[in-house]
Ligand binder design. Structure first.
Ligand SMILES: [Zn+2]
Length: 275
């Protein structure tokens, strides 16, 4: 196992400070937008060592406040670099297995969003229905069913506690998927950087809220106007070309919402960031 690159100059120290500060802001942004509550988490791949990733210790994302709250983990096994460190979140294998399988992924976020969970249990696909969520795609985000991956002796509390459970989840990001739903649990997003991961988590939740409203509205109109199901207008989703182009748009424009969201959380007395 390779050792993390030594932080040996001021530029490296400044880089780490920048990532730590961004991570804490990103965790606060996810909480401020209701994407995470006491549960859920953000992570990033270490900018100086791709075999290492960083998460907070096991606390609510809105209460992360200092670099002392952060723990470095090996991508290979989700164990902390410092053997004396706390183990951290039970679900850190979500992140380790994603970084192991997808070398182009540098950030991931995991949420138990109440707006999204209905799409993990109903069989109704979560497709991109507006431009800000084109990254979800036109075919519907894949749904990870943890029950298909349990092994003998596994705890069945729905948490991704083991490498084999995380590995199966990570495989659903193949082919460029950036969102995977998790049955009866939530969802996970990946991106090339923390800003995009946070944006995707926020807009996955918004897409779910909008789509639920549209489906409900359509059903109510059908009933009110006595429209037979076979004659009822269908929900209009983004097509593949529109979804792909819209995904590019949020990628190049991500700094606009990021700078707004950063100001929002840094102006709130709830959130502290000493990084
Ligand atoms: Zn979870």
């Amino acid at each position: 196992m390779s050792q993390p690159k030594l932080i040996d100059d001021e530029a490296d120290i400044a880089l780490i400070q920048c990532y730590n500060r961004k991570f804490i802001d990103g965790s606060h942004i996810l909480h401020h937008n209701g994407v995470v509550d006491a549960y859920g988490h953000l992570s990033f791949r270490h900018p100086l060592n791709p075999d290492v990733f960083v998460m907070s210790r096991c606390i609510a994302p809105g209460t992360i406040s200092s670099p002392l709250d952060l723990i470095e983990y090996w991508v290979s096994n989700a164990e902390p670099l410092d053997p004396n460190s706390a183990k951290g979140y039970a679900e850190r294998c979500i992140h380790s297995e994603i970084y192991k399988r997808h070398r182009d992924v540098n950030a991931a976020a995991h949420s138990h969003s109440e707006a999204v969970i209905p799409y993990t249990i109903s069989g109704v696909p979560l497709k991109a229905c507006y431009h800000a969520a084109g990254f979800i795609g036109s075919k519907g985000a894949p749904v990870y069913d943890i029950a298909n991956h349990f092994e003998e002796g596994d705890g069945k509390d729905m948490l991704v506690r083991y490498e084999h459970l995380g590995s199966a989840l990570a495989a659903l990001f193949d082919g460029g998927n950036s969102v995977v739903l998790m049955r009866g649990h939530g969802f996970t997003v990946v991106a090339e950087n923390m800003e995009c991961a946070v944006l995707r988590a926020v807009y996955t939740q918004k897409n779910a809220t909008i789509l639920t409203a549209a489906i409900t509205l359509r059903a109510a109109a059908n009933a009110n106007e006595r429209i037979p199901p076979e004659e009822a207008p269908k929900i209009r989703y983004l097509n593949e070309e529109e979804a792909s182009a819209a995904a590019g748009m949020t990628r190049w424009s991500v700094q606009r919402p990021w700078l707004l969201w950063m100001r929002e959380v840094e102006a709130s007395k709830l959130y502290l960031n000493s990084a």
